[in-house]
Design a protein around this ligand. Sequence first.
Ligand code: C2O
Ligand code: CU
Ligand code: CU
Length: 478
Amino acid sequence: MKRRSVLSLALFSGFLAACGDGVPKSTFGNKLRIPPLAGYTVDPDGAKRFELSLDAGGRTEFVPGRFSETWGVNGSYLGPAVRADRGDRVRMVVTNRLPETSTLHWHGMRLPARMDGGPHQMIDPGATWTAEWTIDQPAMTGWFHPHLHEETAMHVHRGLAGLFLIGRDSWRYGVDDIPLIIQDKVFDDGEMSTSGVDSGTFGLLGETILVNGVRDPYFEVTTTLVRFRLLNASNARVYRVGFADGRAFDVIAGDAGLLERPARVDRVKISPGERVEIVVRFTPGESVVMDSRGETARSANDIEEDDFDLIKFVAAARLGESDDLPASLGGVPAVPPPAGARVRRFSLSGSEINDRDMDMTRIDEVVPAGAHEIWEIDNTTYAHNFHIHEVSFRILDIDGAPPPAYQAGPKDTVFLPKQAKARLSVQFGAHADPESPYMYHCHILRHEDKGMMGQFVIASPGTEDLVPRRIPPGHRHG
Ligand code: C2O
Ligand code: CU
Ligand code: CU
């Protein structure tokens, strides 16, 4: 009798293990959701006015019949896609309807530091913060997410993130221009769990993938070529994205803009915060799974070695014929750093940069407006990445070797495998403000929250030495 109940318990737990949290994996039964384009109005001064609301209390049905408590921007989970063009004046009106303070940062955007939505631009519950600037950079896939010091991981994990697209062309959003926001989650009894977000070396590492907030998604392809804008909005995971049938595809853009010409690959690596835009060819009637496959055997303390299925593409029996990709994409060629460019060195350890934790009152670096510098990032420990606000940069080399062609375009975030060293050619903008810092940090959100972040200001050339290295505590900018 006793023995039998032990046996049935074992069978039962075996069943649970096979099914994860009770839901079969990779059924690809759910239609991909495409984030809607954000609506806007035009203010009397001509600025495009976007209203974004950080909302709590969302109830999201990731698993049929099970409702998870989530946060979202103008909705229950994730946010709309903001779209604007170079030269536009944008006015982003952000209202915090959360029960706690947050911020909203425009990742990848060149703008004045007070408008950046970093840790200093706090929005109290019930308050509205307005950021405005003129878009002055090439077409790219940017994104927005909270950046509250020590709380970024939880706010993003709960669902606060959205796309910010600059530029437009002949691709049609939602038809053959499809964003894929990739996140890993833990589900507990069918509900999204927040446990683990603020603990462990990397914080939460989930076994369940959401694409655009949809679990087990499929997308119906209607054209022979589809452009996918991949955004890794995970807290820590690194993906190596490709297709189950090994097909090759073309990368056309990295984080901060188009490549000069398509780069043919069969896998792209994408770490948290990074974007990669790819163009994939489909044949009528076929189905294929986009997946992530680790490069090497799994090892402890690693975030890049797990395998996942991401989404299934189902091509219609008849596909609209797309134009061929042009040989030249119009990406901006790299400008090599000038001779004698200033070199700054940053060493990454467990969760510190140059052996220091983030201090919101300390200015770590002062950069002259318009400077073109070399930043050397030396990772002394396990995997990290490095993101710099305001700029785009080029990877000069990683461990002495030039980056693969698909990562040679403009970027704002670079992955550093364990013990790796990267050299970046960084061009700074001209929005000088000695009192308002921009951030540089690891975009593994657990690390960022633990203090793996530093602050730089842009100063008018020649005034660097006059910049105060301390910000009075409690001083709020913007
Ligand atoms: Cu995606 Cu400092 O941010
Ligand atoms: Cu950023
Ligand atoms: Cu890190």
